[in-house]
Design a protein around this ligand. Structure first.
Ligand code: FAD
Length: 143
């Protein structure tokens, strides 16, 4: 069957973007460098401005604004979910959990099921890559 060349839908774009983000979460180093932590924060901020679906970008901006609204508070109550602080990327586990929570905020607002974040590693594993050639290199303690 010939592959359709029709433009992607909002749903397909969303699925592909979540695949990229959760795979990045799975591949993120256990000990990221300062640059890697800065990069993920910037990536989220850029996505919230440039995501190619304006409604979704505005929505995402609102989610991030609420998540990062007041860094002196340790938790926020948003759409019935307790969520900790701003973008959390101190480690692979922390970043993948943060992404799971963010995705759940979007899920909740779209009336979709909430994903159990304790199962994140089973759903989004590391890339199958010979000799772990795909792994991102993290900090050795000096960066
Ligand atoms: P998706 O939500 O795309 O999820 C893909 C797969 O990820 C699921 O099948 C499941 O296996 C897994 N999954 C589900 N939840 C989680 C989780 N919490 N953690 C880890 N894995 C999970 N659409 C709109 O209509 N309006 C919007 O405002 C909107 N905003 C969006 C903002 C962003 C930043 C993104 C990336 C997408 C947005 N979307 C929006 C698209 C929407 O989130 C879905 O991607 C789309 O509706 C397709 O949904 P889906 O049911 O196929 O699963």
């Amino acid at each position: 069957v010939a592959k359709s060349s029709a433009p992607v839908t909002k749903e397909e774009l969303g699925r592909c973007t979540w695949t990229l983000l959760h795979t990045l979460g799975a591949q993120f180093p256990d000990c990221p460098t300062r640059q890697q932590k800065k990069d993920v924060k910037e990536l989220m901020a850029i996505l919230s401005r440039l995501y190619p679906c304006k409604d979704c970008a505005d929505h995402f901006k609102e989610v991030l604004r609420i998540l990062t609204a007041n860094v002196t508070q340790s938790t926020f109550f948003f759409l019935g979910i307790m969520i900790a602080n701003p973008v959390q990327a101190g480690s692979q586990a922390e970043f993948s959990q943060w992404l799971c929570h963010v995705h759940n905020v979007v899920n909740r607002s779209l009336g979709k099921p909430i994903f159990p974040c304790q199962r994140i590693d089973a759903r989004w594993g590391k890339l199958e890559c010979q000799d772990r050639a795909c792994d991102l290199q993290g900090s050795t303690g000096f960066s």
